[in-house]
Design a protein around this ligand. Sequence first.
Ligand code: SDX
Length: 428
Amino acid sequence: MHKSETATLIIDGQTYELPVLRGTEDEVALDVSNLRSQAGVITFDPGYANTGACYSAISFVDGEKGILRYRGYPIEQLAKFSSFVETAMLLVFGELPSREEREAFRTMLGDQALLHEDLMHHFEGFPPHGHPMAILSAVINSLGAYHPDLLQIETVEEFRQAVAKLMSKVRTIAAFSYRKSMGRPIIYPDPSRSYCENFLHMMFTVPYKEHVPSPEAQKALDLFLLVHADHEQNCSCSTVRMVGSSEANLFASVSAGICALWGRLHGGANSAVVHMLQHIREGDFTVKDCIEKVKKKEFRLMGFGHRVYKNFDPRAKVLKECATELLNSLRINDRLLDIAQELEEIALKDEFFLSRRLYPNVDFYSGLILRALNIPVNMFPVMFAMGRMPGWIAHWHEQHMEESTRIHRPRQVYVGPNIRDYVLMKDR
Ligand code: SDX
C-alpha cells in the first residue's frame, strides 16, 4: 500500500486535501480518517458499500472480474491442488505450509477435537429442534470458559493452540448438535481420520454400523469448506473485526460472526436456495413463475446477487462443477440440480438480472452438495461457519496484531427530535 496523490474536497468554500491510498492490486481509496477533525464533517455510507474499514493482506476480491485470491493464490488453483486444512493454514499463518508443518497441524487438529465433558450439558439444555446455529454460537462462546488461558492470546504458540481448538471443535460441535437433534448417541471424534472424514464419521456412524465416507464425499466436503474459508470484509467477518476491536477474546468474536452469518441474506442463503428449489419441485410454482415473481419483487432469487461480485462468483463455478460430479459419482438424480441450472440459464439471459448484474453466488449450488452428503438443510449455515472459521480467525488475528487498531465506533446522521423539555404526566 502506498500514499501518493491527494484528492481535493471543497466544503463551504474551504479546500481540504485528502490522502489517496493505493492497494497492491491498484484499488484506490480516499483516506477520510481525519476528515471530521479537519472539516467537521463525516462521510455517509449505509451498508458500507463504499467504505474500506482496514488494510488487509488475507483475501483479494475483484467483483467486476470475478476474481478471488487467498493470500495471492487464485481460488481456482487452491480448489484444484490444495485442501481445506492446508488452505486454512495459508489464510491463518500467511504462507503455504511445508509437508512437516501441515502434518504437525493435522495432528494438533486431531488432538483438539474433543470437547470438555461438562460441555455436554450445554447440548442437553437445548430443545431437540433448537437451531444448530444457536447451539454453535453458544458453545463456541463457552469455549472461552474452558480455555481461560486463551482469553488473552499473547504468544505465537497460544495463537496456534487457539486456532487448532476452534477449527477442530467447531467440527465436533456441529456433529454433536446434529446427533442431539436426531436423538442419536454422540459419536466421539477419531483422531486417526482426516478433517472431513472425522466429521462425516461423527455425523453418520451409528453404534451398530461404522460410517465409512466415500472418497468422493470427503473430496466434495473438503472443497465446499475450502471455497467458504474466507471472503474479505463480508458481514460476518466485519462483525468478528467489530467485536474484536474492543479487545473481546477470539471465542466471543467468532461467536458473534456465527450470529451474523445466520441471516438469510448471508450464510443462511444456502438453506433459502434449497427451500426455493423445493417449492418449484413441489409444483408450487414453475421456474418461469419464479423468475416472474422475482422480477415483480415478490421475493429475491436466493443464491443470486452479491454486494461485490458483479460477475460470476468464482466459487459458484467451482461448486456447480463439484455438485454435478458428486451427484454423478453417487448416482443421485437430484431434480433440484436440474431446476437450479434451468433458473440460472433463464436468469442469465434476462434483462432484469443482467441490468442489475445478478449472477449465481457461492450459495446457489452449495446446498446441493450438502444434500448429496445427507446433511439436513438446517445444518447448511453451520457448514458455512465450519468453512469460514479460518477466515474469521485470520482477520481477528490480523487486526489484533495491528498496532494502529482502534475500537470500531461509526458515527451517524441524527434525524431525531431537536431539544425539548420533559412533560410531566399530569400534562400529557
Ligand atoms: C454471501 O459479502 C460477502 O462476501 C458474502 C459472501 C461471503 O462469502 O461471505 O459471499 C456470502 O452472503 C453471498 C450472498 C448470499 N445471499 C443471497 O444469495 C441472498 C440473495 N441476494 C441478495 O439479497 C443480495 O444480492 C445481497 C444481499 C447478496 C447483496 O445485496 P446488496 O448489495 O445490498 O444489493 P441490493 O439489495 O442493493 O440490490 C441491488 C438491486 C436491487 O434492485 P433495484 O432496487 O435496483 O431495483 O438488485 C436487486 C435489488 O432488489 N437484487 C435482487 C437480488 N439481489 C439484489 N433481485 C432479485 N434477487 C436477488 N437475489
